[in-house]
Design a protein around this ligand. Structure first.
Ligand code: NDP
Length: 254
C-alpha cells in the first residue's frame, strides 16, 4: 500500500486530492495548521472506507515537518508520494511592499517545499520509487501586478521542481508541478472578499471577473486538479517528469 503526504489538506485543493487518493487505496497523511479541518477530512475518508492520518503541521516550521515525517513513518511506513499543496495568497503593490507579507508568502509557498521534500525524499530514494507533485500556479509562468511575492514564490516552486526532477531522475522518482488558474476554493473566496472590499465590485462581479480571466470563462474545480495529480501517480506516467502542467482553461499555453 502506498503512503502519501498531502500538505494543506484541511480544505480546498488538498482536501479533494486527499479524498481522491484515498479512494484509490492510498493511505493519506493529511496536514494543516487547523486541527478541526484535518480531523473532519480524515473522519470522512475513514467513513468512506479509506485510511487517513490527520497531523497538525505548520509547513513553515522545519521541526514540525521532521516530527510529522517521523509520525507518518511510524504509523504507516515510508512516504513514497508527496503533494506539496499548502500555500497562501496575498497581494500588495510593490512600492512600499510589506516585508512581513513577502517573508510569509515565501516561507509558506516556497521554503516549505524545500523543507518538506528534503525530509521525505530519502524514503523515496530508499524505495527506488516516488512521486513528488507540487501544486504551483499559472503564477509560476506569468507575472501579474500586485502579486510580486506570490509570483516569485510560485516561480521558485517551478524552478525547484525542475531541478529535483533532474536530481532524482535515476531513482524512479518523478517531480512535477500542476499549474492551475483560479480554482473555486476558500483561497479564491478570500480573494473575492478582498476585491469587494477594495473596489465597488459585488461578490458576483468579482467571481465573474476571475472566471473571465480564463478563456473558458469559469473557475477551475479542485476535482480537475486532483485528476491530474492522480494521473501522475500512474506507472504509465513515469516518463512525465520536470513538467509544469497547466489546468487553466487555455489561459497560458506554455
Ligand atoms: P485554501 O486556502 O483553500 O487551502 C489551503 C490549505 O493549506 C488549508 O488547509 C490551510 O490550512 C493550509 N495551509 C496554509 N498555510 C499553511 C501552513 N503554514 N502550514 C500548513 N498548512 C497550511 O487554498 P487552495 O486549496 O486554493 O490552494 C492550495 C494550493 O493551490 C496553494 O499552494 C495555492 O497557492 C495553489 N493554487 C491555488 C489557486 C486558487 O485559485 N485557489 C490557483 C493556483 C494555485 P491551515 O490554514 O489550517 O493551515
Amino acid at each position: 500500500m502506498q503512503v502519501a503526504w498531502i500538505t494543506g489538506a484541511g480544505k480546498g485543493i488538498g482536501e479533494v486530492i486527499a479524498r481522491e487518493f484515498a479512494k484509490k487505496n492510498i493511505v493519506v497523511a493529511l496536514s494543516a495548521r487547523t486541527q478541526t479541518d484535518i480531523d473532519r477530512v480524515a473522519q470522512q475518508i475513514r467513513a468512506a472506507g479509506g485510511q487517513a492520518l490527520p497531523i497538525v503541521c505548520d509547513v513553515t516550521d522545519p521541526q514540525a515537518i521532521e516530527n510529522a515525517v517521523l509520525r507518518i513513518q511510524a504509523d504507516y511506513g515510508p512516504i513514497t508520494i508527496l503533494v506539496n499543496n499548502a500555500g497562501i495568497s496575498g497581494s500588495h503593490k510593490f512600492l512600499g511592499h510589506d516585508d512581513a507579507l513577502w517573508h510569509r508568502i515565501l516561507d509558506t509557498n516556497l521554503n516549505s517545499v524545500y523543507y518538506v521534500t528534503k525530509a521525505v525524499a530519502p524514503m523515496m530514494v530508499a524505495a527506488n520509487w516516488g512521486r513528488i507533485i507540487n501544486i504551483a500556479s499559472i503564477s509560476s509562468k506569468v507575472g501579474a501586478k500586485y502579486l510580486a511575492a506570490y509570483t516569485a514564490s510560485k516561480h521558485g516552486v517551478l524552478g525547484l521542481t525542475r531541478a529535483l526532477a533532474m536530481e532524482f531522475v535515476s531513482n524512479n522518482i518523478t517531480v512535477n508541478a500542476i499549474c492551475p488558474a483560479y480554482v473555486d476554493t476558500p483561497m479564491t473566496d478570500n480573494t473575492i472578499v478582498n476585491m469587494t472590499s477594495r473596489t465597488k465590485m459585488s461578490e458576483t462581479d468579482a467571481r465573474g471577473y476571475l472566471g473571465k480571466l480564463s478563456p473558458q470563462n469559469r473557475l477551475i474545480t479542485s476535482q480537475e486538479v486532483a485528476h491530474v495529480a492522480l494521473m501522475l501517480l500512474d506507472d504509465n506516467a513515469r516518463g512525465i517528469t520536470g513538467q509544469a502542467i497547466n489546468v487553466d482553461g487555455g489561459m497560458v499555453m506554455f
